[in-house]
Design a protein around this ligand. Structure first.
Ligand code: ARG
Length: 298
């Protein structure tokens, strides 16, 4: 137990409640590593598509077993990264902002995702600036945390604020291994109070876990002041993509290799659910990358 934890967070009285989520996933039928657009990808090494599908299926089945709703988008041959649906858009209140990939290898995914949103009743907004959706944009409370440095450009943050009429906090990533914001921050409780039943403060503005070394100095200061209760994850846990996780406010879906983070989550009253996506890590993605949240009209 860390001495600096606020008292309320240490007591067993912290009772966290899972909230039902609606996710979009894409079966990795065409997954492979045929190009290199992040430091994890090594096209010269073989990948096992059947293994990727089996691991992905476990994540899917676990979401369903825990009561979540999972929609599927059809995979497209020749688009091996489409399994990482977090990069397909960013959705709040039934409005879906499409993406414009930085990297040409993934541009073919832009239209299929926007078409899917339109066909499923979402209002689709065509993006102007380069940005990679929920890979770089994370909703916490009423605020959107937005990453830049490797993929999404600063202008996209202004566009995001205009489209959704919300405060956008720009954060700069500095380590090429953590090139998307969702590899360096995990939103544990995005809600405005419904996720916890204590006055520990974590419910009011939501709460996060993050990897301090992935950010520049100014961004670290911003995170420290906004999220004094945040879980600070070790470099070891970050390096196994521990932060690339999904959470329903109680169950936190994480890599089994992130053992330190697992213990930190338990201390705070969360329930870590271990899912191994080692094969998908060969493409530089993990649990969160394979999960896009579909937030309907509230
Ligand atoms: N190979 C993909 C890319 O580099 C992995 C994307 C991971 N997605 C994420 N949300 N972090 O674009």
């Amino acid at each position: 137990m860390t001495a600096s934890l606020p008292l309320a967070a240490q007591t067993p009285a912290v009772r966290r409640t899972p909230q039902r989520r609606r996710y979009l996933m894409c079966r990795p039928d065409y997954f492979t590593v045929s190009y290199r657009i992040n430091p994890w990808m090594e096209p010269e090494n073989p990948t096992d598509t059947a293994k990727a599908v089996a691991q992905w299926q476990t994540l899917y089945d676990t979401y369903i077993a825990l009561g979540h709703e999972v929609e599927l988008i059809d995979p497209v041959p020749g688009l091996p990264d489409m399994v990482y649906t977090a990069n397909g858009g960013f959705i709040i209140d039934g409005r879906a902002l499409g993406v414009r990939f930085r990297v040409p290898e993934r541009r073919g995914e832009e239209r299929p995702f926007m078409d899917w949103f339109a066909a499923h009743g979402f209002e689709v907004i065509e993006p102007i600036s380069v940005q990679e959706g929920e890979g770089d944009f994370l909703l916490v409370g009423d605020t959107i945390l937005a990453g830049t440095g490797f993929r999404s450009v600063g202008d996209s943050h202004r566009e995001l604020a205009e489209v959704f009429g919300r405060e956008v906090v720009s954060l700069r990533l500095v380590d090429p291994r953590f090139y998307h914001l969702d590899t360096a921050i995990s939103v544990l409780d995005p809600s405005t109070g419904s996720g916890t039943e204590t006055s520990s403060g974590t419910g009011a503005a939501g709460n996060i876990a993050y990897l301090p070394s992935a950010f520049d100095e100014a961004s670290r200061r911003e995170l420290e002041s906004r999220f004094p209760d945040a879980i600070l994850v070790s470099d070891d846990d970050g390096a196994v993509f521990g932060l690339n996780s999904a959470s329903d406010g109680y169950n936190v879906f994480i890599s089994p290799r992130a053992t330190g983070f697992e213990a930190q989550l338990r201390e705070r009253g969360y329930n870590p659910v271990l899912i191994d996506l080692s094969e998908l890590l060969l493409g530089g993605g993990g649990i969160k990358c394979c999960t896009l949240e579909l937030r309907g009209k509230s």
